[in-house]
Structure formats: C-alpha cells, structure tokens
Design a protein around this ligand. Sequence first.
Ligand SMILES: [Zn+2]
Length: 64
Amino acid sequence: MQIIKIEVGDLLELKKPHPCGEKIFKVLRVGSDVRIVCQSCGRDLTLDRIKLEKAIKKIVKSDQ
Ligand SMILES: [Zn+2]
C-alpha cells in the first residue's frame, strides 16, 4: 500500500470535484483530520485523513 504524505501548502487534486467544479484544494492543516481550502471558491473543509487519502488523485508538492 502506498503511503501518502500530505503537508501544509500542498495542492491536492481530488477525484471528486467540489460543488463549484474545482478539483484543486490547498492543505491548511494536517492532523488526524486535514483541513483543505478550495482553490476556486475559497471555502474550506475538514476531512478525515483516511477518507481524504482515498479521495486524492494527485498531489502537487509546494516548493516551500
Ligand atoms: Zn469550491
């Protein structure tokens, strides 16, 4: 099984788009839950980490 390392600042492309149509989300906080913000409409949401990892299609690493 692949281990997914999520860090603050990463951009995540999810399999399911946000209701606004955007699929890219930025990571704001990482813990047992992960807080992400939609890059289109700016709404943030908190997801269970396990569920989020399954929903990730691609991670775009930040250069920071
Ligand atoms: Zn959105």
